[in-house]
Design a protein around this ligand. Structure first.
Ligand code: CA
Length: 438
């Protein structure tokens, strides 16, 4: 692993005790970004970095001018309600700021007193979208999700022939991306007539679903007409968050052909507040390989870096609570778990493929991976797969059953990096509760 540096040293500890607590998951090796303010205050939203159970207020830190060089330039962009300006600076600046924050947050740092002045407890914070998201693309890179979904709609040919040659994606809706905690109103729309020739059904979706995905925030963009090569792709990824692509399966089934998803997806997409930088994930990279029976990626999508470490080992979990379970004080139930390592394509391949036609990415663009289901039935990260197209009810531990989401249901998505000998990195969570249609 050649991209490790002193910020990844697993032996580093912080002067802040909660940063050294594995259950909290925000150690000094982590340093993810969010945009926050004190809950229900009139303060401006501004960038912060998680450390233990606290947030380092980067806007306030910038006013103290503790850093020099590239780190100071990077910190100076943080007096803003979004991270777009920081994202636009590029990897050298992000790395310099990470190194400066890491050195300041370590045990025996001479900057301890400075950083202590700008800490805000996470328990007192609320979050906004971390960037102005001008474009949102959603990919479809789990072969297990694609095959399971395909079996339901096309039992004879579940996987379409293009899947193994290119990362399938579509243009999502940026305006309806919301931060964790926002309620989601059940969408209304058309769905397929009961018999062909009849009128379509119209009303609240009866097959409302979640999809557990990871997403990337684009850092530095590219000029229109200029491709991002596979060698350059990693440097354009600012970081990752959790994404819930809420999906109305009945609306989707009726509208999806021939141009792809539209109103079945565009009503809401929930993301987690913390962006975990790509640099923080370096210790969790794994080699990329394809079965011998599958085609190898075309040369524009392969290089040595992809081969050696294109895959990220990030554990994923989906949990549910209902009106009933919360009233009875049951803990949320685990629906499924999986890992980003099951992706058929790498994150760098998505960036390169997205721009191969000259399409320009911009700082703050959001790029979803698609539902990250794994190979086993309990690794299915949507109700459509868990209920096998609404043919097998999912039993919840408190006695209720679900084919799809009902009003009052709340989905919580979590992600974490766990590896022996290295501190645990938490991604936090993305939650959303379903409100009745209006
Ligand atoms: Ca999706």
């Amino acid at each position: 692993m050649t991209n490790l540096n002193e910020t990844h040293d697993p032996s580093l500890k912080s002067w802040l005790a909660s940063a050294n607590e594995p259950s909290i998951g925000f150690p000094v090796q982590h340093l993810p970004f969010a945009v926050f303010r004190r809950t229900a205050s009139r303060e401006p939203f501004r960038p912060g970095v998680a450390l233990g159970d606290q947030i380092i207020d980067l806007a306030q830190l910038a006013s103290l001018k503790p850093f020099s060089g590239l780190a100071a330039e990077a910190l100076n962009t943080c007096n803003a309600p979004t991270l777009n300006a920081l994202m636009a600076l590029g990897q050298s600046h992000w790395s310099a700021l990470r190194l400066a924050l890491s050195r300041g947050a370590r045990d025996h740092s001479p900057s301890q007193a400075t950083l202590e002045q700008v800490l805000v407890p996470q328990a007192q914070a609320e979050y906004s979208l971390p960037a102005q998201i001008r474009d949102y693309t959603d990919f479809y890179i789990s072969i297990h999700h694609a095959t399971a979904g395909g079996k339901i709609s096309r039992p004879d040919a579940p996987l379409l022939p293009n899947f193994k040659w290119l990362p399938i994606g579509y243009h999502g809706r940026a305006s309806s991306v919301v931060i964790s905690g926002h309620a989601v109103v059940r969408p209304v729309g058309q769905s397929r007539p009961a018999q062909s020739g009849q009128m379509p059904r119209f009303g609240p979706s009866q097959r409302l679903d979640f999809e557990l995905e990871m997403a990337m925030f684009v850092g530095r963009g590219n000029a229109q007409g200029k491709r991002i090569t596979i060698d350059e792709a990693d440097q354009h990824i600012f970081g990752l968050c959790i994404l819930n692509d809420w999906s109305a399966r009945d609306i989707q089934a009726w509208e999806v052909q021939p141009l792809g998803p539209f109103l079945a997806k565009s009503f809401a997409t929930t993301i987690s507040p913390w962006i975990v930088t790509r640099e923080a994930l370096e210790p969790f990279r794994l080699p990329f390989s394809r079965p011998d029976s599958d085609p190898q990626p075309l040369p524009y999508l392969m290089n040595e870096s992809v081969k050696q470490g294109g895959v990220y080992d990030i554990g994923l979990k989906a949990l549910i609570s209902t009106d009933h379970s919360r009233a009875a004080q049951h803990a949320p139930a685990l629906l499924a778990h999986s890992n980003l390592c099951h992706a058929y394509w790498t994150l760098s391949q998505l960036i390169t493929h997205h721009t191969v036609n000259g399409c320009n990415l911009q700082p703050g663009d959001l790029i979803g991976t698609g539902t990250m289901s794994g190979p086993h039935p309990d690794q299915a990260l949507s109700f459509n797969e868990l209920s096998v197209g609404a043919t097998q009810a999912v039993k919840l531990p408190w006695g209720q059953e679900r084919m799809f989401l009902e009003d009052g249901d709340e989905i919580t998505l979590q992600a974490e990096c766990v590896k022996p000998g290295y501190p645990r990195l938490s991604f936090g969570q993305a939650t959303g509760k379903i409100l009745p249609a209006v």
